[in-house]
Every structure is written in C-alpha cells, then in structure tokens.
Ligand binder design. Structure first.
Ligand SMILES: CC(=O)N[C@@H](Cc1ccc2ccccc2c1)C(=O)O
Ligand SMILES: [Mg+2]
Length: 368
C-alpha cells in the first residue's frame, strides 16, 4: 500500500450543551479529521486535540503543523505503508501522541478496509456490544446536576461520571447518592485539579463508595498519586498520566493507580492502546475506554477497542447525541445501555459527505 496524500479536515461541531470541567467550559468541539489516501483506498483518522493545550500539551494547530512538517513527510518517505510500523517511523519525533494516533488510525483504517477486516477483529474484540457510561460536567447548581443525571439514567446509561473540582466535589456526590441511591455506578473525574495537600478533603468522598476517582493530581505526579492512594480508600484511576504501555507499567508498579482509563489519542494510537490493555490485564488492573468527545469516526474505533476482554468497566463511549445534535456519521444510538460494535471493514463507518461539509471550517491537502 502506497501513500498518495493526507487531507487535514478542520471540523467545528456545536455541543448540545456546554461541557464544563476543571480546565474550562466547551461549547463547541473543534477537531481535526484525517483522510488518508492510498493507492488501495482511503482511511479515516480522528485527532482528538482541543484548540487550546488545556487538557494536555497538544492542541489543534500544533497537531496540524507537526503532521504537515514532520509526520506525513516521514511516513511518505518510509516506503510501503504498514500500520504496525507507523509508530516506529514516527518515533524520531518526540511527543505529539494525538497527532501520531490520528495518522496511524487513518493508515490502519485504509489497510483494514482494503483487507475487508474490522477494527474489532484486528484489535481482538470479544464482545458484540459494550455497556456505556456518561461523563457529566460541572453544573451551575445541584438541582441542575440532578436533572442532568436523572435524564442520563432514564436514557439507560449504566454508569455516571461527575466532573469535580475544588468547591464542587463532596456536595454534588452526596446529592447524587441521596437522590439516586447507592446502587448507581458512580465515579468522579478531577482532570488534575487537586494536590496532595487535598488528601484529607478527598478522603471525604470515601463514604460514597465511588468506583474510582480519576486523575486527581497533575499528569507528572505519579508518586503523588501513590501517596494519595495510601490516604483515601476510593480507588485511583489515571487518565492524563497514562501515555504508553511503559508508563502504565510504572504507574501500576508504583501503586499510583488501581484502574486505567485508556484513550487511544492520548497514548499514540489503537495499537498502543491494545498494548496498555494487555499490561493492565496481566496486572489484574481493570480498564475502561475514555472519551474526547469524538465524532462518529473516533467513536466507532473506540467502541471496537472497548470490546476487548480487559475493558471490564463501562467507559465514556456515550451515544452521539450526548454531545451532538447531528453527528457526521450515522449516529451511535444507545440500546439498553449499550452501543453495538461496528462489524464493517476498517472502522466500519464513513462520514456522510453533506453532514461533514456542514461542519468543515477548512481543509488542507498534504501532498507527498
Ligand atoms: C468525556 C470526558 O470527560 N473526557 C475527558 C475530558 C474532556 C472534557 C471535555 C472535552 C471537550 C472537548 C474536547 C475534549 C474534552 C475532554 C476526560 O475523561 O478527562
Ligand atoms: Mg478524564
């Protein structure tokens, strides 16, 4: 398979409602899609960067630049395309895992479509459908939060995740427990908003029997999470800190996490995601699939990944309408709390051209 070129497609999609986290409030999702064109057909990749480097160090314009000047030229110069070699070809360029993940995803999709093989089969999926959780933002009031949570439970979501930050943590968790009871699967995500000095405060969440607390401390603070784990009983899950199979093994060995959130964009792709899954399974650490408000393109691949055996906890693979009134692919619709794993070649979905055109702000063709 030979690379003909890559089209960068900048997309801006309005969110159905503002999504507030400890790092800010989003009202639209501005992201980058890659259309990888080869002599044997096309493949699609989704770059999950945000416009600003507030979730991680990557951001949309930076990803476009590193793809344009370094990653795509290197891939083009590396000879015949082979998805299993993309990470090696791109390794000389440090970091930029979300940009690398998008390019590898596009090559893998093209390769698998040409072979008539699905992501699910390539990655080793063992389920036909995956149970879905939902991520609930920080709200203006407790009543508003309870309305939102009640709505998601009515829609069938099997797990509720609440975004928290200092000043919005114990009270919302207590209110959800009091309203919806102890049987609701409930977890929280701080997106690095706390420090080890908050340990005693975070221990006040212990009585609420949460499944986990996600990324309470900053990305680099692996030892801090290990120290925190000795001061609270709520299991710690890492998100931003998990960047590779190697860093996952280190975090587990250091006692920094009991659960892992796997996000293909954050770790450099779906192949590294499978390696992280394997490391976690070997260590008895449950994993779940995180979300970056992907379009149906990334969502399709995430649902396939979430069907691997070690994904034993519901992830943030929510339905398309959690974030978008209109997705750019056929929408993913919740069915009895689950999403169905795509079975078609590659990621199994394609953008609907007129829907993609409506949300495309600009495109750039990278010749090779
Ligand atoms: C579903 C979920 O909570 N995702 C991320 C945080 C997040 C939140 C908001 C976002 C807005 C635009 C792009 C990416 C975003 C990622 C997380 O688990 O930490
Ligand atoms: Mg998170």
């Amino acid at each position: 398979m030979k690379l003909t070129g890559v089209e960068l497609i900048h997309v801006s999609m309005p969110l159905v409602s503002p999504f507030r986290t400890s790092f800010g409030t989003q009202v639209t999702r501005d992201l980058l899609l890659l259309r990888v064109v080869t002599d044997e057909g096309e493949g699609w990749g989704e770059c999950v960067t945000m416009p600003d480097p507030v979730y991680s160090s990557e951001y949309v314009a930076g990803a476009a630049d590193v793809l344009r000047r370094f990653l795509v030229p290197a891939l083009a110069a590396s000879g015949p395309l082979d998805a299993s070699r993309v990470a090696t070809v791109l390794a000389p360029f440090k970091g930029h895992r979300m940009a690398k993940a998008a390019l590898e995803m596009g090559v893998l999709d093209a390769e698998l479509r040409a072979e008539g093989r699905s992501f699910a089969r390539e990655l080793g999926a063992v389920h036909d459908r995956v149970p879905c959780g939902v991520s609930v933002g920080i709200m203006d009031s407790i009543p508003a939060l309870l309305d939102a949570v009640g709505g998601y439970i009515d829609e069938g979501y099997v797990r509720i995740k609440l975004k928290i930050e200092p000043g919005w943590d114990v009270a919302p968790v207590r209110a959800v427990r009091e309203r919806f009871g102890d049987d609701v699967l409930l977890q929280v995500d701080a997106n690095t908003a706390y420090t080890l000095a908050d340990a005693r405060h975070l221990a006040r969440l212990d009585p609420f029997e949460l499944l986990l607390i996600e990324q309470p401390l900053e990305e680099e603070d692996i030892l801090g999470h290990a120290d925190l784990a000795r001061q609270i009983t709520t299991p710690i899950c890492l998100d931003e800190s998990i960047t590779s199979a190697q860093s996952t093994a280190a975090a587990i060995r250091l006692g920094a996490c009991e659960v892992v959130n796997i996000k293909p964009g954050r770790v450099g792709g779906y192949l590294e995601s499978r390696r992280i899954h394997d490391v976690c399974v070997a260590n008895g650490v449950p994993v779940w699939c995180g979300g970056m408000l992907e379009t149906g393109i990334g969502r399709a691949a995430n649902v396939a990944l979430a069907a691997l055996p070690g994904f034993t906890m519901p992830g943030d693979t929510s339905a398309s309408d959690r974030y978008y009134r209109t997705d750019i692919t056929e929408p993913f619709v919740l069915d009895a709390g689950t999403l169905t794993v795509p079975t078609g070649p590659g990621i199994g979905v394609l953008p609907v051209p007129e829907l993609l055109a409506e949300v495309t702000t600009h495109t750039e063709w990278l010749t090779v």
